[in-house]
Design a protein around this ligand. Structure first.
Ligand code: MEV
Length: 311
């Protein structure tokens, strides 16, 4: 693999059946989901788990997309991306270990991995911003009005503060931070939840703006606490962010219960993560493995991550 392709996070396999493949991670939002759609900051970090896209030569010609309905948003997104890169006669397949449709950024990971694989297949060296913009366009097929936080984290693979329309800024940690993610329940589509918050903002703009400003202040203070290593304070701010998400009607009794159990088991803080209406919760803690063991939850529903500034 050339150094350029290593930097793009993808691989090109010359002369083999596989033309190119690329991986991108899922993400977890610690602060600011929904508010970020309206221009407020979010804090989010990458997961270990992600999506891999493989492009292979299609001997029968044309584009074949494995395991997906031809009229789905996924098929539309893939065809559009391949068309933009002027690629054809390829079989596109997906694999990975990231739970889907639970608020952990699976569609953004797919979009970023697809763009990286396509760039590698063409041999084109693209600027990071160009790749991020293409991934954003693809994600629109899935979510209509994404803020860009999911695919920015999937692309940069760093804990970051993100504001819509800007490149994310890495948050530098003085010591590693561990998080436990618990996939609690399935949920509706991100598009629907974003639309429902949009309706609330249209009918009750003052109330929603007050909530978003409170979340904004929590995110700003959390950046400072993260950079100082004051993770207990970050945890308290996450609990508060969760209360604002409850006010927006985005939590559920199962999600609230999972947050309570995580706090009672010693987490510094816990909240709903992602679009809400079900999905996953994130907790930060001293030792994610110990917290996971103390919960008596099916391990298949738990993910762990550890961020440090060198990652
Ligand atoms: C989805 O992961 C996060 C939301 O804020 C939507 C977005 O930012 O596009 C709910």
């Amino acid at each position: 693999m050339s150094q350029e392709h290593q930097e793009q996070g993808c691989e090109r396999t010359e002369g083999a059946e596989v033309v190119a493949h690329a991986f991108a991670p899922g993400k977890v939002i610690l602060f600011g989901e929904h508010a970020v759609v309206f221009g407020h900051p979010a804090i989010a970090g990458p997961l270990e788990e992600g999506v891999r896209v493989t492009l292979e030569k299609n001997a029968s010609g044309g584009i074949a997309i494995e395991g997906c309905d031809e009229v789905s948003a996924l098929a539309r997104a893939v065809r559009r991306c391949l068309h933009e890169f002027r690629l054809t006669d390829l079989k596109v397949s997906f694999s990975g270990d990231l739970p889907r449709s639970v608020g952990l950024g699976s569609s953004a990971a797919l979009a970023v991995a697809l763009v990286r694989a396509c760039a590698a297949a063409t041999g084109l060296m693209m600027r990071p911003q160009g790749l991020i913009e293409r991934a954003h366009e693809i994600e629109r097929e899935f979510h209509g009005n994404p803020s860009g936080v999911d695919h920015s984290v999937a692309f940069e693979k760093k804990l970051m503060r993100f504001v819509r329309g800007q490149r994310g800024q890495q948050i530098f940690l003085v010591k590693p931070l561990e998080a436990l993610i618990w996939v609690v329940a399935p949920r509706g589509s991100t598009r629907e939840h974003v639309a429902s918050v949009g309706e609330l903002a249209a009918t009750n703009p003052k109330r929603v703006e007050k909530i978003f400003c409170a979340i904004h202040a929590l995110a700003d203070s959390a950046v400072e606490s993260l950079e100082r290593g004051d993770y207990e304070r970050v945890g308290h701010a996450m609990d508060e962010n969760h209360r604002w998400l409850q006010e927006l009607g985005l939590s559920t009794p199962e999600i609230d219960d999972a947050c309570e159990r995580l706090r009672a088991a010693g987490a510094w803080g816990a909240k709903l993560t992602g679009a809400g209406g079900g999905g996953a919760v994130v907790a930060i803690c001293e030792d994610a493995s110990a917290l996971a063991r103390s919960l008596a939850v099916d391990p298949a529903r738990l993910l762990m991550t550890r961020w440090s500034s060198s990652a």
